[in-house]
Design a binder for this molecule. Sequence first.
Ligand code: IVH
Length: 674
Amino acid sequence: MNPAEHAARLRDEITRHNEAYHVFDAPTIPDGDYDALVRELRALEASHPELNTEDSVSHVVGAPASTVFSPVTHAEPMLSLDNVFDHDELRAWSERAAKSLGVASEELVFVVEPKIDGLALSILYVDGVLTRAATRGDGRVGEDVTENVRRIANVPSTLKAAKGRVEVRGEVFLAKSDFVEMNRRQRELDLKEYANPRNAAAGSLRQKDPAITASRPLSFLSYQLVELDGVSSFTRYVETIAQLATWGFLTAPEATTEIGATAMIARSDWFEEHRHELRYQIDGIVVKIDDLALRSQLGFTSRAPRWAIARKLPPEERTTRLKDIEVSVGRTGRVTPFAVLEPVVVAGSTVSMATLHNQDQVKAKDVRPGDLVIVRKAGDVIPEVVSAVSEPGRRRKPAWKFPTTCPACGSALVRVGDESDTYCVNPICPAQLLAQMVHFASRGALDIEGLGEQRVGQLLAEGLVRDVADLFSLKVSDLSSLEGLGELSATSLVNAIQGAKAMPLNRLLVALGIRHVGPVAARELANAFHTYAALEAATLDELSVVVGVGPVIAASVYEYVRDEENRLRAQRFAKDGLALAEAEIVSTLAPTLANRAVVVTGLVEGFTREGAEEAIIVRGGTSPGTVSKKTYCVVVGDAPGASKVSRANELAIPMIPASEFSTLLATGTWSTTL
Ligand code: IVH
């Protein structure tokens, strides 16, 4: 292959990966392999300048925006960062920068920050009001995700005393713990799990329905302030970060200022050593020159600033022995293969099991019991087997075969059509019952304390329960003889189970594990139908028109409530005194009034007294009956209470006219006061 063909092939491949990563949020190769391809292309272009054309993908940042969202042209391009991979390259970068500034690299002041593996976002504020938010896209044109960003809880909707146009840039991410929780829910809903926190964050932000974004635990961390109007008085980067923090943005708590290249490199090592202890996934360290005047002197290349650099960290991989491949049976009967490993420390914790997803994956990876395998943690969290290591001269065992019968109940397993998953379809399979019951009692469901996997296992083994409905008739005397459960804990367990009867309908709907019904759909259903009986009576059409439900969920619910066994169970629930009614008030609206006390006095057009109060509460605020120092503002309607008005005057609390109430709800702020 000649160099031109080689470059063309690399460009092709990189373009494909760009699209998979940026447009579909579903990369097909590890980031490290992608970086290697780009480096290879750049090296080729460097040694054959005639190949280094303006439009080469090596100069392009990210991928073109998809067509689901409207395009937004960035006022200033959103650049990328150049990468280095070790100490020498990092030092060389700092020497180059120092040299062109005419100073010694040991005198330069650097800020060292985590490189968060999320997705870049730019948020525009006009006179302090959140006006537009856009993804990076190709760096020049991004996607308009304003409505979704309004629903990220820690993005301020207003900036105090900000004038003109201010752009705040940073990273949208999912904390590692939130990622684990979200994937657990995806699994429960029989939906695709995300490969890592970055994809999960991207998938959550780029939703057509902002309510879905609102239901995901996204966070935003800011690391850049772009003032589009006027010249500020900031002289150092750290001052801009302090301003962002004052406005209420999250900034990296681990960021430090270091004097000189040696200290800076040492700090980058600190990040390498502690990367797994951080709450977010990082794929490197970002080093920036603090002095803004020096930054201007250094300027930019076509794709990245010269005053900053990313030191990339490779994902941590380890080899270990694959002892065996086993399968587990989930709540829906899905049978999942997993690897049993010789314990090994990967990314900060000991791993002795790793999922293998499904039988096609096992086949594709061709891992066999006894093999030496490479293990890593996807997204720093989920252990996975990457591949087998070839060991010349060692005889491998024959390829692993997926079992044909359920390991728990012995019934024949079923693989439907060309689906990749295999199921145990025995409705009374003990492994399924166990998983269902554990789910029934779990935190997002009926939240029954003390009813975990081990306890449920005992109850089933002792024949004390056969169905979730049996739980409610358990008595202390039934339980106190169980191993590890004295009179006292048996009493608390029975109390916890009885306490769960008061749980609102939406929680019960989640607990029942109806296919496709997660917390969001459950809440919408409970809000729309109020009682379980009404759900049973609903037609398919009535179910489908509920916001956030749609035909797939509707069909699943329709079928579920009609099933004879489920009908009988619901009757038992009703007899046992389960509430089976009403949803808790959990809002999917933007938390524009989070932690703010808004007092309403007098009548506000279009709202009842309670309605106005609820509108404030569902946006995260409170609506107390009296004005105090802590009151955020007072909404003054028709025929206001004199004492509230005079108290607000006394304490200089802003009073706003009722006509501004809807603006207040939507933005958290107002444009005129009384
Ligand atoms: S500064 C012009 N700081 O990494 C400089 N970027 O590979 C703009 N990133 O596009 C970026 N953490 O999405 C900066 N502390 C940090 C970062 C960070 C993550 C992302 C960002 C950027 C990409 C470059």
